[in-house]
Design a protein around this ligand. Structure first.
Ligand SMILES: C=C(O[C@H]1C=CC=C(C(=O)O)[C@@H]1O)C(=O)O
Length: 421
């Protein structure tokens, strides 16, 4: 099923170089309709809506790819920069299960991009781009949201631990090797949640992650599902987690993760699922022999940076590549279909766009998609005061439900800190 805004005739899109600028991209965003993909001060922010597509069904991503190709063909683009992210751009937040959930694609009226220190603005049609150079006043974005009230999401912690225990038994019975189980947490504030305040705090605290916002789903993900730059493909696969500690305890936890057979097994399923899915499209694929440690303020992960080169003559676009690799065993499990069924049986919630691909795509086919993790959906309920937070964990043989619950709490704390500060 597809719901697109009414098709418009040829539209013009103009990119203008702004040169070196220092204004943090996230401070340019308006309160409504914030779109963002920013890491270490570079990336894209956007606002306004020149076009949108909501799509669901077994061919959702192929339909979205055709829609974007058609829109680009009808666009009269002036793009003297010609770098990834300049010219026409669409932001996307794809459902965890695109066949059943709704994926959203938004073409902003204004995009401000920054790459290698150079800033540009891209404007659709006659849209007003004044905002592109006027940063949000700190007071405007920093308004206190008052007290926060938390409530269980679909499952309370005890029931969720029961689900993890059931998953371990199914794994030990030989039904599958790994499943990722997630939980949600509801939070209601005294005053409406301002996405800019949350994004600025996430970006400040987690500079090594990709801070994103699309259609009310905001977060700071450390996991890059797929980036396409010309024929180069990059991914950062994460699976296997340990909390941070203080002083010597932190070193002990890091050494524990580096030496954990369970976490390495959990990681290997995720890397294999991505590599196997990419292989038909590439003539080179570099997968590190051993994962490294990615250290974030709240957790450490086992991480593998995978690099590939798309085969010459292979015309598969980024959205189709995303459809081919998603869901990896970092968010679903192994084997994929069995794990997806078990998630449906045990998790008791609709993931929506949590753990789905999120990012952007340009008219050349370059783009970046992360996995929507360490995130929350601003539900719009309670007059914009409510958010639904998500966190999940890979479950393999030997996983301990209490330790997994603690891991979700540590992961949830990333967004909670941004809310509470
Ligand atoms: C599913 C999540 O994390 C995944 C990514 C990194 C590490 C993970 C883990 O160790 O379980 C998960 O596979 C989440 O943060 O909600």
């Amino acid at each position: 099923m597809t719901m697109a805004a009414e098709a418009t005739d040829a539209t013009s899109v103009t990119t203008t170089a702004l040169g070196p600028r220092r204004t943090p991209l996230l401070t340019l965003l308006p309160a409504e309709g914030a779109l963002a993909w920013v890491r270490r001060g570079e990336g894209l922010v956007g606002w306004g809506e020149a076009d949108r597509l909501e799509v669901t069904g077994p061919h959702a991503l192929a339909e979205a790819a055709a829609w974007w190709a058609d829109r680009c063909a009808r666009t009269d683009a002036h793009d003297p920069l010609g770098v990834p992210g300049s010219g026409p751009v669409v932001f996307a937040s794809i459902a965890f299960d695109p066949a059943a959930g709704t994926s959203v694609f938004v073409v902003p009226e204004v995009v401000v991009g920054r790459r290698d220190g150079q800033t540009w603005v891209t404007v659709a049609g006659e849209a007003d781009d004044d905002r592109a150079v006027v940063e949000t006043s700190p007071q405007e974005a920093a308004t206190s949201i008052g007290r926060l009230a938390y409530a269980d999401g679909a499952l309370d912690p005890v029931t969720w631990c029961g689900a993890v225990g059931a998953a371990v038994r199914r794994i030990d019975a030989g039904e599958l090797d790994k499943v990722v189980l997630a939980r949600d947490l509801l939070v209601t504030a005294d005053r409406p949640l301002d996405p800019r305040r949350l994004l600025l705090r996430l970006a400040e605290r987690f500079p090594d992650t990709w801070t994103f916002a699309v259609e009310g789903l905001l977060g700071a993900t450390p996991e890059l599902l797929l980036r396409r730059t010309g024929r180069h493909l990059d991914a950062r696969v994460l699976a296997g987690t340990a909390p941070r500690g203080a002083g010597a305890d932190d070193d002990r936890l890091a050494a524990g993760l580096a030496g954990s057979v369970k976490d390495h097994a959990e990681h290997a399923y995720a890397v294999t699922s991505l590599a196997d899915a990419l292989r038909p499209f590439v003539d080179e694929l570099h997968v590190p022999e051993h994962p490294s440690l990615l250290t974030l303020p709240n957790v450490r992960h086992l991480a593998s940076d995978v690099h590939g080169r798309q085969r010459d003559g292979d015309g598969t676009g980024l959205l189709e590549l995303v459809a081919a690799v998603h869901p990896t065993a970092a968010v679903c499990g192994s084997p994929t279909a069995t794990a997806a069924r078990l998630i449906g049986e045990l998790e008791g919630m609709d993931r929506g766009r949590y753990a789905g691909p999120v990012g952007w795509l340009d008219a050349r086919g370059d783009g970046e998609f992360g996995l929507a993790l360490r995130c929350a959906e601003l539900t719009g309920a309670e007059g914009g005061r409510q958010a639904r937070l998500f966190a999940g964990c890979g479950i393999v043989s030997g996983s301990d439900p209490i330790a997994e619950l603690a891991e979700t709490q540590t992961k949830l704390a990333a967004f909670q800190a941004a809310l509470e500060d």
